[in-house]
Write a protein that binds this ligand. Structure first.
Ligand SMILES: Nc1ncnc2c1ncn2[C@@H]1O[C@H](COP(=O)(O)OP(=O)(O)OP(=O)(O)O)[C@@H](O)[C@H]1O
Ligand SMILES: [Mg+2]
Length: 380
């Protein structure tokens, strides 16, 4: 059992900088949890407090049931891997791997056995007599990972360990980390600012902003049922579209007035929005839930918007279209790649209203119809 429990943890740096604000989070035994959020939101600070490298201003941290607030880092049985490997430059890869174990008094043949095992697991067995400067970035990162693994700690703490690697290597290492986790089943907290990395690696994803966890749930859950507008906009690329407008009722149906057109909200919103008629709210729709036509295919249909094409980004089989409507400056649609689209072209957009979210106004506006959105997502 190596559960990590953070209970109302706060970190205030000198100068009254509140880096982490009343954070409560339990990382389950053997779980791979990703902490994700924009730069400066408090991810590294959180990790460093778990590692014991940073004092805690308020709150309690427990590892494996033991309060560790005042336990020095070396006695916490955690191993940290950072972005800048931090290998000893004058030592070979082997000695880098062995060093921490020697300090802990592990017998020599046991050290050798563990290093052999981990080196073959990580594909670095042939590199053990090289010094870091004779290794590529990816190889160095493997050694740094190996150094954490040979210690067999209760908890791994990763702080953006892949961000120095190029895109291809990063994707490869990501897949390897997943396999490693399946094999080792060690409780892991992984920090990244990259939402894609968070989604692909995390069993659960904790989305942070301004020192506060906005939502912690499985990757699909945060994608399909974002708790608020910040999470909705942060998870997923391109970002969700947000349209400000008002809700009104006509002939017993709920509509969202986008400014240039009325969009009909599914009946599932009735309970949540019934008493919000006339209020300014925000409609959220992902780029992939908008279809386009340049030939009038949606003529006369509900839930369409007239738009003008401003930028085309070809991605291969799909393309991102940046468009504007009379009421909104920027919307992004992700559609199948096609020929014949030119800037300035008039398009009709069709919005899949079964996929929309409605948020309260503001950067962290709550997702209002969440309970009914869930019924829709699980029924789909
Ligand atoms: N030693 C320090 N003294 C004062 N303020 C600090 C210190 N370390 C971090 N901060 C501040 O605390 C906040 C959180 O920093 P932290 O390093 O935890 O962010 P982060 O989420 O890891 O960001 P990044 O993605 O850029 O690494 C930031 O506003 C940062 O400027
Ligand atoms: Mg950081």
């Amino acid at each position: 059992m190596a559960e990590v429990d953070l209970e109302t943890v706060t970190k205030v740096y000198p100068g009254d900088i509140k880096a982490v604000n009343n954070l409560s989070l339990t990382i389950r035994d053997k779980e791979f949890l990703v902490l994700v959020g924009p730069s400066g939101c408090g991810k590294s600070t959180t990790l460093r407090m778990v590692a014991g490298l940073e004092s805690i201003t308020a709150g309690v941290i427990r590892i494996d049931g033991r309060v560790v607030n005042d336990v020095p880092p070396r006695d916490r049985d955690v191993a940290m891997v950072l972005q800048n490997y931090a290998l000893y430059p004058h030592m070979t890869a082997y000695r880098n791997l062995a060093f921490g174990l020697q300090l802990r008094g592990v017998p020599r043949d046991e050290i050798d056995r563990r290093i052999c095992q981990v080196a073959s697991m990580l594909g670095i067995a042939d590199l053990l007599d090289r010094k870091p400067r004779a290794l590529s970035g990816g190889q160095r990162q493997r050694v740094a990972l190996g150094r954490a693994i040979v210690r067999r700690p209760k908890v791994f703490l990763f702080d953006e360990p892949l961000s120095n690697l190029d895109a291809g290597l990063r994707a490869e290492m990501r897949a390897e980390l997943r396999k490693l986790h399946l094999k080792l089943a060690t409780t892991t907290i992984y920090v990244t600012h990259d939402q894609e990395e968070a989604m692909t690696l995390g069993e659960r994803v904790a989305v942070m902003k301004d020192g506060v966890v906005q939502q912690c749930a499985g990757p699909l859950e945060v994608y399909e049922r974002p708790a608020n507008r910040f999470v909705a906009g942060f998870i997923g690329t391109p970002s969700m579209n947000f349209l400000e407008g008002r809700v009104f009722v006509e002939d017993g149906h709920l509509y969202f007035d986008e400014g240039s057109r009325k969009l009909r909200l599914p009946g599932r919103f009735k309970a949540a929005l019934g008493d919000r008629v006339g209020q300014r709210l925000v409609l959220g729709l992902r780029p992939e839930n908008i279809s386009i036509s340049a030939e009038g295919r949606f003529a006369g249909e509900e839930n369409t918007l007239d738009a003008t094409l401003s930028v085309v980004e070809l991605l291969g089989d799909r393309m991102d279209l940046h468009v504007f409507t009379p009421a909104h400056e920027q919307l992004v649609c992700r559609v199948d790649a096609r020929r014949g689209l030119t800037n300035g072209m008039r398009l009709t957009l069709h919005l899949d209203m079964h996929r929309v979210h409605v948020f309260e106004p503001g950067a962290e506006g709550v997702n209002i119809g969440l309970s009914c959105a869930g019924e829709q997502a699980s029924a789909a």
